[in-house]
Structure formats: structure tokens, C-alpha cells
Design a protein around this ligand. Structure first.
Ligand code: GLN
Length: 446
């Protein structure tokens, strides 16, 4: 914990991956653990970690990087945070992110810009950019993030660390500030697949406080079988993968990774995902629709910021106008439009129908393979400001990560080389609740 705190002190002034660091609280927790609060065998005994700032922490300011929650002190902790604590981990701080997790560069944070550890003019990705940068820079051995359309996998790829989005329902969302509830999932950033397996052991499981958390998955040890190798595994590669905007260096690196796994004994099969090209459009209806509903609770009455006003309606309007940033407003407006009567059937309903077709594509593909490999992102990290004024460009960066959220699948990004000095991510997807196959392939590849 001391090492982590001094690394943060030395490096984070420039990196800016943390929104809040509380050295005193962390050292006190570490002391309590030393004095017997956690058992000798507690899974994460004394391990420092960071949480994305949309995971609520009792008594510790949690902002989702939004002005509207600037002074919000939650009265409870998220289940995932409670579980890490129970496992003997020591939280050192809360990490920067895109406001309400809406973005792919962490630039929409109301508070600060986080640098990519591989070059300070480059974004760390997003929305969990702070967590990715903190782990990649060695400030903490692991951090949690959330992934609604790629927000764990994409920043992991941009920063060159391991990032895992578990199956929808694997990790409780209780206490995760909701963006799009049918897509959101919490998961770990780590340096290796094995570390991610250990963290997942600590945070997974049914939670009575989250009705969408999965039941009947039993006691699983995600580290078990992780070093079994890939011999005999079937690796799916996608025929006619949409390649518009795909950097040839990334394409080559992923092909090289596939050859490496083939040489290690995996069998490569071709699969088809015919509806993949519609995933971005589908996501950008469903996610804003759910967001517009979820963000209705920030009204100046119940949480955080309240604007000076002359009446109650005026107070709602001013609190929301001042409290939300541009991107969040854009999503609320798109979502409200898509859900309004007269447009509902044309947009939201059709998006839900397309979502079903996308899920069925994966069901069919996984009848022929254990994992599917593809790039995590079409490009390596881009520069600050490069896409900030062009939302469509920004949205298209998510083309390879979004389908897994629509289908509820687990997915990870594992470092797979560099292009122009910037890290490349290899994405590994598997059937629902088969994180083990992902971890096994990633571990063999590392
Ligand atoms: N970049 C995507 C978005 O802006 C995904 C964000 C996320 O996964 N939270 O919605």
C-alpha cells in the first residue's frame, strides 16, 4: 500500500488517473489488516486497488466525473466494493472516467484529462481511462472499471494492460451508478489474465440486491485450469469482419497472434456475424434510451448539486443544465427522442429486434468455436481533441467492443504488440459464463 501511494504521489501529478486519493484512510485500513482484521488467507490481503468513480463507496465522495455529483457522499458501498474489502483489499482511491461513463477517451470528465502512460498527448481510452492508466503505469496492481459498450476493453487496449468485461450478470451492479442497465457490467483491469481471474473470484456471484445478477453459477475458481494451454481449443475468426477504419498494423498484429495460438495447438475456424455492422447504430439507440431514463433521478433534489432557482421546475432545469456536460445532454436528448410516443416503434423497438439478431449470430458462431478473436479497437490511442468534436467518429471507435454488450457476452482485451509506440489490444470473446476459456487463451498468449 505504501509503494502504491508513493507511486501515485510521484507519477499521478502528470498522469491524472485519480480523482481522489486518501492515503491516510488507505494506511489505516492496511494497519487494521495487519492487526488481524483480514484472515491470513484472505484472497486480496493487503493488496492496494482503485475503483472507477462510478462505483459508490460509503463515506467516500463518488462523482461519476460529473458536476452534478460533485459533492456526493454515498451512504452505502457497491457490492463489488464491499467484496474487495471483505477479501482484505485496500482501496487507495477513485479513478477518472468519462462523465457517467459516456465516452471513449475520458475527455468528457468534468474534472480533468487523464494521460495515456505511453505518451501524454494521447488519450487513455474510456470510459474507464483512469483505471486503465493507473494499472498500466503500475500505480496499483488492479482496478475496477465498468463496460457498457467497451469501456473496460478499449482503455485496456489503449494503455496496454489486461481488461475483462465479465458476462452480464456475473458481477453485481448494485452500487454502480447506472448508465445503460441492460448493458453495464463491472470488471477488472490487471497486468495479467491470472490476476484478473483472482479479482473476478473476489467480486463475482449472485447478489440479492441486484435482480439481474446471475443465480446458480455456484462456486467457481477462475484460476483453475488457466494454464491448461490452447491445445484442442477452437478459435473462431470472423469472416467479413467490418474493416473500415481498421489500422493495417492492428490487423497484422491480430493475425500474428492467431498464428501463434495455432502453433500452440489451437484449431482455427471461420465463423460469421452477419449483423455486426448494425451493432453501433443499435447500441446508440438502446444505451441513450436507458441513460435518459436512468439519469432522470439527478434532479437537484435527491443527490449532489442544486442550483439557485425561483421555483421547483426552474430548479430542475438549472440543476440539470449546469450539472450535466455536453455529451451527457446529447445522450439524454437522443434517448428521450427515441423513446417518445410515435418514434418508439421506429427506433427503440427496432433496435431491440436487431439486438436479438446480434445475439443469435453469436449463439450460432459459438456452436463452432470456444472463443472468437478480433481486434479490440480499429486504431491505437488517438490524440486529445482529435475526435472530441466529432461524436460519430468517437462512436465508431467502439465497433468491435459493442456487440459483446448487446449479446451479454464476456470479453477481454490482452496486449498484443505495438504500432508506432502505442499498445495494440487483442479481443477474446466467449459464450456467456465462459470467462474461463477467455482467461485460458489470454494466459497462453501472454
Ligand atoms: N464508448 C461507449 C459510449 O460512449 C461505451 C462506454 C462504456 O462502455 N461505458 O457509450
Amino acid at each position: 500500500v505504501q509503494q502504491s501511494l508513493s507511486a501515485i504521489e510521484q507519477i499521478d501529478g502528470e498522469l491524472k488517473s485519480f480523482l481522489l486519493v486518501d492515503p491516510e484512510a488507505a494506511l489505516q485500513t492496511a494497519d487494521r489488516i495487519d492487526n488481524g482484521q483480514a484472515s491470513e488467507r484472505a484472497l486480496l490481503r493487503g493488496v492496494p486497488y482503485a475503483l472507477k468513480d462510478n462505483i459508490v463507496t460509503k463515506g467516500v465522495r463518488t462523482t461519476a466525473a460529473s458536476r452534478i455529483l460533485e459533492n456526493y457522499i454515498p451512504p452505502y458501498s457497491a457490492t463489488s466494493a464491499q467484496k474487495l474489502e471483505a477479501a482484505g483489499g485496500v482501496m487507495v482511491g477513485k479513478t477518472n472516467m468519462d462523465e457517467f461513463a459516456m465516452g471513449s477517451s475520458t475527455e468528457t470528465s468534468a474534472f480533468q484529462k487523464t494521460a495515456n502512460p505511453y505518451g501524454k498527448e494521447y488519450v487513455p481510452g474510456g470510459s474507464s481511462g483512469g483505471s486503465a492508466a493507473a494499472v498500466a503505469a503500475g500505480l496499483v496492481p488492479f482496478a475496477l472499471g465498468s463496460d457498457t459498450g467497451g469501456s473496460i476493453r478499449q482503455p485496456a487496449a489503449f494503455c496496454g494492460c489486461f481488461g475483462l468485461k465479465p458476462t452480464y450478470g456475473r458481477v453485481s451492479r448494485y452500487g454502480l451508478i447506472a448508465f445503460a442497465s441492460s448493458l453495464d457490467q463491472i470488471g477488472p483491469f490487471t497486468r495479467t489474465a491470472e490476476d484478473a481471474a483472482i479479482v473476478l473470484n473476489a467480486i463475482c456471484g449472485h447478489d440479492p440486491m441486484d435482480s439481474t445478477s446471475a443465480r446458480g453459477q455456484g462456486e467457481i475458481d477462475f484460476t483453475e485450469g488457466i494454464d491448461a494451454g490452447v491445445k484442442g481449443m477452437r478459435i473462431g475468426i470472423v469472416r467479413n469482419l467490418p474493416e473500415e477504419g481498421l489500422d493495417p498494423a492492428i490487423k497484422a498484429a491480430v493475425e500474428e497472434a492467431i498464428r501463434t495460438l495455432e502453433q500452440a495447438g489451437a484449431q482455427v475456424v471461420e465463423v460469421e456475424l452477419p449483423h455486426m455492422e448494425y451493432a453501433v447504430a443499435t447500441y446508440y439507440l438502446i444505451a441513450p434510451a436507458e441513460a435518459s431514463s436512468n439519469l432522470a433521478r439527478f434532479d437537484g433534489v435527491r443527490y449532489g448539486r442544486r442550483a439557485e432557482a425561483s421555483g421547483v421546475i426552474d430548479m430542475f432545469e438549472r440543476s440539470r443544465s449546469e450539472g450535466f456536460g455536453m455529451e451527457v445532454k446529447r445522450r439524454i436528448i437522443i434517448g428521450t427522442y427515441a423513446l417518445s410516443s410515435g418514434y418508439y416503434d421506429a427506433y427503440y423497438k427496432r433496435a431491440q429486434q436487431m439486438r436479438t439478431l446480434i445475439r443469435q449470430d453469436y449463439d450460432r458462431a459459438f456452436a463452432h468455436c470456444d472463443v472468437i478473436l478480433m481486434p479490440t479497437t480499429p486504431t491505437t490511442a488517438f490524440k486529445f481533441g482529435e475526435k472530441a468534436d466529432n461524436p460519430l467518429q468517437m462512436y465508431l471507435n467502439d465497433i468491435y467492443t459493442i456487440p459483446a454488450n448487446l449479446a451479454g457476452l464476456p470479453g477481454a482485451s490482452v496486449p498484443c504488440g505495438f504500432a508506432g509506440g502505442l499498445p495494440i489490444g487483442l479481443q477474446i470473446l466467449a459464450k456467456p459464463f465462459d470467462e474461463k476459456s477467455i482467461l485460458r487463451v489470454a494466459h497462453a498468449y501472454e
